[in-house]
Structure formats: structure tokens, C-alpha cells
Design a binder for this molecule. Structure first.
Ligand code: NDP
Length: 282
């Protein structure tokens, strides 16, 4: 990967730009518009949105303000937990599309699996949601479909359907590599995306990462983003700070040595969200 427009390839052949721009906790209004517009100016071509972030209309305004051709931008959104199921997923998709001011999505994800601890019929709920996603995909409304926060047992059921997921977006940062899920995804041709690649900022004060980053003349944020890419995981850093948006895209002019990759890969758990897909109460 040499710049943010270089891409990974999805199972259906669709190219996905290798650096995404996160929008969770980005305040709606002018802040979101400016963040998205700046990201696109700084070379990002992949925006990670979601209905539950409450800012899709402004993310859409930012995309429009960039003036870039629609086909040069890859836009993801996600169906929220309360909208699971066949019919409500179809409605949620239309609302998201209207909010974003788009006429198709590049990628649509199931935001979280129905959790086994709350829903005895979690498997059929996920399958019904997936049926709607598959229909939208077949109708050409979405270029690729996938999931988020799915563990291997959640994925198993979907892998038996006619259109298996192409992406799984999971928490991934130093100390939180989710090896079993990543291995499963690789074996089944599912691209893994990293949410919270900076641990929502919690990675940035780690002294060990700071020592390694210093060797390369880079910030800890840049190290974490580059580290994802070298692990062939697609990072989705978020920032509303214009200088940091540029900084986080400037990760293509250095290579982390194999030795340092192993050292970071071996870090013990720290700075994770603590969220487990089968135990969350939302
Ligand atoms: P990140 O791990 O990207 O960290 C963002 C935080 O780090 C913000 O506080 C930001 O501050 C700060 N920051 C960013 N860059 C720098 C920098 N260069 N130097 C110092 N501080 C920096 O956060 P998220 O948890 O938001 O995850 C990223 C994206 O992943 C989300 O926005 C969302 O799109 C996705 N996501 C998906 C989830 C899912 O369930 N599918 C769950 C969580 C996230 P500031 O903005 O003030 O600059």
C-alpha cells in the first residue's frame, strides 16, 4: 500500500480503499461536514458512517461539499440493532441513503449481531437481517455487504447463505487482535476492518508504542494505523481535528520492521473497549 487510494479486494472483486475515515462521536452539524470534507481533501476515499452515529445528514453534506465524483468515494453505513429483521432493515437502508444524499452504498454492514445472552433466537434474527441485505445487494443498491462485531459462531450461519459476508468490522488495535475471529475471516475470504485503531485514543499514551513510533519519526497514531495495514487489516481512524486528519493519512512513507511488528503483535491486552458481542446490552 502506497497511498490511501490503494485498495484491498473484496470477495466479489470490489476494490475498497485501504484507509477509512471514522465518524463515530463526530458531532453533527458543521463539525461533521468539515471533518469529512477535510478527510476527502487530504486523500481519504473511504468514509465509515452508521445510522446510530446520528450524523449521517452532515456526513452526506461533507461528501457533497468535496465535489468529488461519487464513484471515487467508498461509503459504508451500518444497520443499527433496533432495526434488525427483514422489513426494518430495508426501511433503515432507505433512510440512511436519503440522509447521506446518495443513491447507492458501497458497503452496508449489520452493526452488531443479535446477542445470544438477550435473544434466544439470535441466529434467525441475524439471518432475517441478512436476507434484506442480500436482496439490496442483488438489486444493485449496495456494492458489497458485510457485518460488524461478528464472532465465528455468528458468522457460521451466514456463511451457509448464497451471498456470504465480504467484510467483518471489529475492534482491532495493539493489545486487542481478536486472533480467532481474524483467522476465521481469512479462511473464509472476509476482509477485516479495524474499528478504534487508536483504541478511541487510549493507545496514544502507551510508553512502549511511543518508543517504537519515535524510531520511525512518527506519532503513535501513525504507528497504530500503519501496523493495521501491515497486518492486512483495514484501519478506520477517526478525528475531528483537521491537523490529525492529515497526520493519520500520512502513513505510507515508512515500514515497520518485522521485529517491531512482532513486538507490537505480542502486546498484552490494554485499552480495549471491553465490549463482547454476546454480552452487550444494546
Ligand atoms: P479511534 O481509535 O480512531 O480514536 C479516535 C480518538 O483519537 C479521538 O478522540 C481523536 O480525537 C483521537 N485522535 C485521532 N487521531 C489522533 C492523532 N493523530 N493524535 C492524537 N489523537 C488523535 O476512534 P474510534 O473509536 O472513533 O474508532 C474509529 C472508527 O471506527 C469510528 O469513528 C467508527 O467509524 C468505527 N467504529 C465502529 C464500531 C462498530 O461497532 N462497528 C465501534 C467503534 C468505532 P479528535 O477527534 O478530537 O481529534
Amino acid at each position: 500500500m502506497h497511498n490511501p487510494t490503494d485498495s484491498f479486494k473484496l470477495g466479489n472483486g470490489c476494490a475498497i480503499p485501504c484507509l477509512g475515515f471514522g465518524t463515530w462521536q463526530t458531532p453533527s452539524g458543521d463539525t461533521a461536514v468539515a471533518a469529512v470534507k477535510t478527510a476527502l481533501e487530504k486523500g481519504y476515499r473511504h468514509i465509515d458512517a452508521a445510522a446510530v452515529y446520528g450524523n449521517e445528514p452532515d456526513v452526506g453534506r461533507g461528501i457533497a461539499a468535496s465535489g468529488l465524483p461519487r464513484t471515487s468515494i467508498f461509503v459504508t453505513s451500518k444497520v443499527w440493532n433496533e432495526k434488525r429483521g427483514y422489513k426494518s432493515t430495508l426501511y433503515a437502508f432507505e433512510k440512511t441513503l436519503t440522509d447521506l444524499r446518495l443513491d447507492y452504498l458501497d458497503l452496508y454492514l449489520i452493526h452488531w449481531p443479535a446477542s445470544a445472552s438477550r435473544f434466544p433466537d439470535w441466529e434467525s434474527i441475524n439471518l432475517e437481517t441478512w436476507r434484506a441485505m442480500t436482496e439490496l445487494y442483488r438489486d444493485g443498491r449496495i456494492r458489497a455487504i458485510g457485518v460488524s462485531n461478528f464472532l465465528p459462531h455468528h458468522l457460521d450461519a451466514l456463511m451457509r447463505t448464497e451471498v456470504p459476508p465480504m467484510v467483518n468490522q471489529i475492534e482491532f488495535h495493539p493489545g486487542q487482535m481478536q486472533e480467532e475471529t481474524v483467522r476465521y475471516c481469512r479462511q473464509h475470504g472476509i476482509l477485516v476492518e479495524a474499528w478504534s485503531p487508536l483504541g478511541t485514543g487510549r493507545m496514544l499514551s502507551n510508553a512502549f508504542l511511543a518508543t517504537i513510533a519515535k524510531k520511525y519519526g512518527k506519532s503513535v497514531a501513525q504507528l497504530c494505523i500503519r501496523w493495521c495495514l501491515q497486518n492486512e487489516i483495514l484501519p478506520l481512524p477517526k478525528s475531528i481535528t483537521l491537523s490529525r486528519i492529515a497526520e493519520n493519512a500520512n502513513v505510507f512513507d515508512f515500514v515497520i520492521s518485522e521485529e517491531d511488528m512482532i513486538a507490537i503483535n505480542s502486546m498484552a491486552y490494554f485499552g480495549g473497549s471491553g465490549l463482547h458481542p454476546d454480552q452487550v446490552d444494546f
